[in-house]
Design a binder for this molecule. Sequence first.
Ligand code: ADP
Length: 617
Amino acid sequence: MSGMRGGGRGGRISGGDVEAQRAANATAPKIPDLLKRISQLFAPHRAAITVTIILVLISAAISVFPPLLTKQAFDVGLFPPSGTPNIPVLVELVLLMVALWISSAALGVWQTYLTATVGNKVMGALRIRLFGHLQAMELAFFTRTKTGVIQSRLQNDVGGVAGVLSNTISSVIGNTVTVIAAFVSMLVLSWQLTVVAVILLPLLVIAQRKVGQVRARIATKTQESLSEMTAITQEALSVSGILLAKSFNQQQAEVGRYTRENENQIRLQVSQQMSGQWFFAMVNIFLSIIPAVIYLVAAWLINGGTDVTAGTIVAFTTVQARLMFPLLGLLRVALDLQTSSALFARIFEYLDLVPAIVDRPDARPVRPKKLGQVQFDDVVFRYPDAPADSPATLKGVSFTIEPGQFAAFVGPSGAGKTTVSYLIPRLHDVTSGRVLFAGDDVRALEQDSLVRNIGIVSQETYLFHATIAENLRYAKPGATDEELTAAARAANIHDTIASFPDGYDTVVGERGYRLSGGEKQRIAIARVLLKDPAVLILDEATSALDSLSERVVQTALDAASRGRTTIAVAHRLSTIVAADVIFVVVAGRVVERGTHPELLAAGGMYASLYEQQVQGA
Ligand code: ADP
């Protein structure tokens, strides 16, 4: 299983580092700050929001009238002082009410359309921002954070907020309308009864805040557990994960791991749904007993000589009942918002991560004149998340590779050879010293320009689940079919591809698993040839292959390295005997350098390594 190298190495490091980072960021987001940031997201949609608010006000104005018309229907139409119902007036009132309700409903649909559009656009923009931001993060971020945890932020958190937001805006707006309208009609009908109806509302608001805080806490835990589940799924159900589990008979253990997190998730979901149930029950009881209380108070008012008609009481209790659902809806939304503020906080937390490796403001493109020259000047490097007291991975490495040279790095595993190759395209930045590309410190160069000039073929080839042609064009989007075949020929893979029924349109399986290691590797070489970089880095490109495939791939690599600077991290010394210069790396230092004959003659580390391998062969 070769998935443990480079990026993969961090794959199983726990998400605890992110938690640690979160603790370090420890400025727990305050709700007002959050609201400010959330409202900034809506800034581009001011026009649509203004229209929505106008629509809301119109709807509000419209829906004040029907209850007042109800009162008229009773007091003037049905039970006029004359004693007989006044049909013409009644018909007029009913028609008017119908017209008002129809226009209010139509406005409601329009509002929903606007709010749904705005809500989804805002979320879409947020998702893209987050994805783009993550693309800019340095490699080290991905080696220390579980892939599933990152995916979960993008999918579960943004997705969770998206649902809430588009529901929320329309619900807030729609319900606010009804509540305001109902409240105004109630006031017009009878201020005394209104006081009775709303006297306990402040209590509800206080209770709602408490419940909201509890829910937000549970929501954070739920999202953490969800991201852990995504991480487990992502690890266990990937091709490498399944291979690993099957080959070590660990399927049951994986199921167990998933089960534990799943149980945690169930518990959290239940407590999230249950928190606030007592609150809502209380609200329900409260709202249902109000009409009864109103009859009593009305009787008391009438006895006291206040003018309260039957129409007033019917209209009032109708409106009051209509107040109930929107009010519940608003309380629910306030809760949802508090809950989703936890999700927003998680999203903003990622957006606030500062990429460690970015272009300087004065960054310039690579100088073409010395293209291909690579120098290390007393480079010390320590992995960003390595323990502070551990020795540095590179302890003062210096060398110069001239344009067009073939340089090889050899030495025991873990010596730091791959690390050397990572510092050239700035996958990491040096701790001290300088890495120079074409004579310039790589930190002073535009990353685009630098990376365009460097090609990497590593031990673990990554191919997308797409056709071979699409995988090749990743290196050069506009490449013609002729260019593809030329590169494939040079990489010794054209005949193989041509022999597939679908040729270049053959879809390679998840991570290219339907191809043999050697075939994948040669496709990767063809891909790098299309890029045509000035510097080619070969990181143990053949060491995962059997000797037959190795020979075929080696021929392809020899062709690929012609005419450009090549830096080969080599395990099998037989592949680098012809190198212009060989560096022997031991424990983060270059301990020997020279050509193969020179190093053999010197009789040092290289000579004994070579001796061992020749004997082993
Ligand atoms: P080589 O290529 O010579 O086998 P590497 O350059 O891959 O060696 O690794 C050198 C050292 O750096 C090893 O001790 C390895 O464990 C450590 N290392 C590699 N990657 C990381 C990482 N992402 N974080 C911390 N340490 C790392």
